[in-house]
Design a protein around this ligand. Structure first.
Ligand SMILES: Cc1cc2nc3c(=O)[nH]c(=O)nc-3n(C[C@H](O)[C@H](O)[C@H](O)COP(=O)(O)O)c2cc1C
Length: 221
């Protein structure tokens, strides 16, 4: 896990938006897509090979189509600039991410009419993760979750034909015993951030350079 040296400029901006919109409970929901059009454009620009393009194109979903889902933002992994989310190891997003690691989050703040699109590398920290610090982050997320929300991780597998009602009943797993196998921490390490303010008619692009420095540029909205 890469340590955050100092806050990148987009992080201050997003934290201000979180603060300004904290009264709205919807502000914690974000849309996560494993691969966006901008990655294709970025990738094409950097590689310029139609052969590789075809190869990369096959890595959205295994069948080549994009996938989009709502997830709850769980803040940042301690000591890093990686956003974190929780997810079930049995859900389809795991296969999508394993297929290719790029993903984009779209985060809309309703009160201030602001949108952040964060493009970066998606990682999954599952039960077989060997990195101690990553396991620690997974455990922390498990402990921070509401006990009731943990029940879904022992429910019948998501996306499969409907199981009998009784299989969804019963107590949630014991939080004190640590994460169940299916509980994963999903991280996104931003490489580009696109900020857009509809109210102020402003747009700003933040990009991570090769030396690890963030640049920022005001562009037309
Ligand atoms: C309000 C809301 C919040 C959600 N939060 C999460 C979440 O934090 N993690 C998650 O894996 N799925 C969450 N979901 C469900 C996903 O959007 C998605 O339907 C589910 O994870 C299955 O996706 P997949 O099989 O394509 O991976 C949420 C859905 C809604 C409507």
């Amino acid at each position: 896990m890469t340590e955050a040296s100092k806050n990148p400029p987009w992080r201050d901006a997003i934290e201000q938006s979180i603060e300004k919109n904290k009264e709205l409970k919807y502000s914690k929901y974000v849309q996560l897509v494993p691969l966006s059009r901008s990655v294709f454009i970025w990738w094409l620009h950097h590689q310029g090979s139609s052969k590789r393009w075809n190869k990369e194109k096959a890595t959205v979903r295994p069948d080549g189509r994009p996938a989009n889902r709502t997830v709850v933002s769980r803040g940042f992994v301690d000591g890093t600039d990686q956003l974190q989310f929780t997810a079930d190891s049995r859900s389809e997003k795991m296969g999508d991410v394993a297929h290719q690691p790029w993903g984009e989050i779209c985060w809309y703040f309703e009160d201030t009419w602001e949108q952040f699109r964060l493009l970066g590398l998606v990682g999954v920290i599952g039960c077989d993760e060997e990195d101690f610090r990553k396991q620690e982050a997974r455990l922390k997320a498990w402990q921070a979750a509401s006990p009731k929300s943990l029940r879904q991780f022992v429910d019948p597998p998501p996306g499969r034909p409907r199981a009998p009602k009784e299989e969804f009943e019963g107590d949630p797993p014991n939080q004190e015993e640590g994460p169940v196998e299916t509980f994963c921490l999903v991280t996104l390490e931003p490489k580009e951030v696109d900020y857009y303010s509809l109210k102020e008619k402003r747009r700003k692009l933040y990009k991570l350079g090769e030396e690890g420095e963030w640049s920022e540029e005001e562009v037309n909205p």
